[in-house]
Design a protein around this ligand. Sequence first.
Ligand SMILES: [Zn+2]
Length: 151
Amino acid sequence: MKFRPVAASNADVSPFGLFTVTPFAALEERMSESYTVASGVGGNGVKAYQCGVCESLITYSDRTVNISGSFRHRCYDPEGAGCDIYTFSGCPGAIPYGIATDNETWFPGYQWTPAFCLQCGGHVGWCYQALQESIRPTQFWGILVSSVRVR
Ligand SMILES: [Zn+2]
């Protein structure tokens, strides 16, 4: 794999040591494509969304996806704190980690799992999966505007 291995001794400070328990079957496929493109601006004016902490690639502007008519959303947690997220169809530089839940979901019909930067483990947003196969898209990502920079 092209993916940078993480020593098992890092497991206590990083979720990466537990990759094999991820329920997402497509993970290995996404991992293999993660770093085949150099960081920075891609071809045809496609912009790169980079991790705000380590600057590694999270995703590209051509992977934005409109959910409920927009790819930028203002969301509020149960305590009323707001945040802005972009929605993407794919995030090759992020990984969902944790137990999926539809509790307090911002997108009815979808359950969510926290998503982290593959490189540094910083929290970058959430991965959403449809609760029913008839819902489209079946999966998308909500990435915090405040956790990425656009190049
Ligand atoms: Zn990072």
